[in-house]
Structure formats: structure tokens, C-alpha cells
Ligand binder design. Sequence first.
Ligand SMILES: [Zn+2]
Length: 285
Amino acid sequence: MPFRKVNDLILPTLLPIASCLLPEKIYFCAMQIIDTHNHIYLPDFNADRHEVVKRALDAGVWRIMMPNIDSSSVVPMLECEEQFPGICLPMMALHPTSVKENFRIELDAVEKALQEHKYYGIGETGIDLYWDKTFIREQVISFRQHLRLAEEYKLPVVIHARESLGLIIKELQDFGAGRVKGIFHAFPGNAADAHAVTGMGFMIGIGGVVTFKNGRQAEAAIAAGVSNIVLETDAPYLAPVPHRGKRNEAAWLTLVINKLSEVLALSPVEVATGTSENARRLFNL
Ligand SMILES: [Zn+2]
């Protein structure tokens, strides 16, 4: 029997979600979903950020984790945290595609930021060999530095591994599996890769890509199992079908949950609850 879609769910117990948006209204939602990766502070959302967060809350997304990009994104990210306290939560790192000649200055800024403000994770870091290989050596140095920071600050590390999964896994093994935990964001690997990274204690981040035709992320999700999966949008990117190509937003995680529920043969509530529990434990929420 097919599972009912998220929007059709009627549950006996409704969980309240306090909202800073409309203080007179308590949000009631059947699920508590955590979006572990969302760049909601980017200008793409400047015109309607308030509505986007409201739609997220209405859909049951009660935490939106924000990965940093570089020193230019810190101010808008922290403004977002201030505007939606307890909902939009910041992380700190230098994104691999922002690793350039000045990366040492940027890394110093990351470390200083960690000393001055509470961040919930080290993200996003990693290695990106898709866009540009010019700074591969610097990207590796930067990734190693982020691993050290994750260990020192006891924070999960959010890893961007584009065309670099093997190299990232090798770096993690060299660093010492078990010293850090975290997420392989927008998991790019197959079932065997999923076994490899979950075996090292990492979660795989599943988002809109799981709804795309090729089905590779679905295979990885099956291999990982719900106990090793967290949900993410990577908004404004990677919108799920039928919104593929449009600006992504947290409310559309319900589409990802519905797809995962088919793939994993679990109910949407089991997917939402299981993945949120994983995220809550990892980010210490
Ligand atoms: Zn991202």
C-alpha cells in the first residue's frame, strides 16, 4: 500500500512550534523537519525572505541550518539569524570554491569568527574539482584546517565533495576517522560510497537530487539507511522535482520526504522524525 503524502497526514498528536514571525500564533505541525543546509541569507531571498520562512514553518521545518561561504557572507548570515532567532542557525567555514590566493586571510577570519560568536557547525568546507582545479592544493590545506577546527570546537563538519569524494575520504582517513563527525552534503556518491562514509561515522545529506531521474542518490539513501541520513535543500540551488531549476526553499523538503518515504519504504513521518533526530544529535540542538 502506498504511503500517504505529507500534506494528507492527519496525526493524533500535534507538536507546537513557537514562531518568532507571528508571536500571537503558535505553529502546529505534524512533523518537525530540520533543513541542515540552506543559504537563505543570499540575495536570492531578499525580496521575500519572511514569506519563505513562514512557508517553511507551515511545512514543519523548524530549524534552518545556514552554511557560510566566505567573509562576505557572514554579515547577511548573522542578520538572518537575528531576524529569525532559534530558526535560522549559522555555521562557519570558507567554501571550497571561495579558496583563492587570499585563503590564509579568509581562514584566519573563520577562526576569529568562531571565537566571537556561537556557530553550530563547521561548514561548508571540502574540495570542489568541478568548477576549477587551480587552487586544489590550497583547497586541501583549507579542508585540513577546517577538520582541525571541527575537532577543537567539537562541532560537526559539513563537507562539500564535488568531483572529489575519493580525495576527501582519503583526507579524512589520514586525519583519523573518529576524530570528527559530520555530513557529506548533497551526497554525490553511489551505494558503495555511502557505506564507506557512514562507516566512518558520517551522515549523508539528501535533498532535491533524490527526486531527479538518474536515481543514484536514492541508491545511496537505501545503502545508508534512515539512521544515517539528514535532509537538506542547499537552497537556493537543487530544487526538487517538479520545481527543478527554480529557486529552492525549505518548504519543498516535503517533496524530498515523500520521495525518501517511497525509496526507504517508511512513512513520511518516520523519515522526518528519523532524519531530524540525526540532525538534532549532530548539531546538538
Ligand atoms: Zn551549500
